[in-house]
Ligand binder design. Structure first.
Ligand code: PNS
Length: 164
């Protein structure tokens, strides 16, 4: 039987425990999840694509069910290239729903075979976003429980103050 594979696309700027929670839930349904990052021109990035890939690879390196990748251009073109038609996205709150619903329908109108599966994260992460993680970290707040150790390290490196 053909393995069940889905793409979980996202900016991952940076990866959070909320993303990891969705991936773990996805692996209960799919044999493999392709975690695919990209530079989203709608968002000002903190980490480069190479840095995001390094974080993803370090986090999932020993996991056979997870492939880490990046793409440019349309998600549906990437899906066609990979011969995958299923997308996983996380739904944290009603506020996510409108844009996610629109993207799912838009992707399906361009590629009729494209299906989007929405997974709901643990309530512990339902308020976690990459944007807030970055903001709170930069303002000196505690976010250790919301990110994997590698992201904590990379954030420290990124905001290292050089003393003369
Ligand atoms: O983590 P994000 O930034 O919320 O992820 C958004 C993402 C990557 C899923 C979306 O921006 C996307 O699919 N971008 C690729 C370009 C594309 O296909 N745009 C049309 C979407 S309907």
């Amino acid at each position: 039987m053909k393995p069940k594979i889905a793409v979980y696309p996202g900016s991952y700027d940076p990866l959070t425990n909320g993303h990891i929670d969705i991936i773990e839930r996805g692996l209960k349904i799919f044999d493999k999840i392709v975690v695919a990052t990209l530079h989203n021109p709608q968002k000002k990035g903190l980490f480069t694509i190479e840095e995001r890939m390094d974080i993803l690879k370090e986090t999932f390196e020993d996991h056979k069910g997870i492939e880490v990748d990046y793409f440019e251009g349309l998600l549906v073109d990437y899906l066609r290239k990979k011969d995958i038609r299923t997308v996983v996205r996380g739904l944290r709150a009603i506020s996510d729903f409108e844009i996610e619903f629109q993207m799912a329908l838009m992707n399906r109108s361009i590629e009729p075979d494209c299906e989007t599966i929405f997974l709901v994260p643990s309530v512990n992460y339902s308020f976690v976003s990459s944007r807030l993680v970055k903001e709170i970290y930069q303002l000196g707040g505690e976010i250790k429980d919301m990110i994997p150790p590698v992201v904590d390290r990379k954030l420290k490196e990124k905001f290292k103050v050089t003393s003369y």
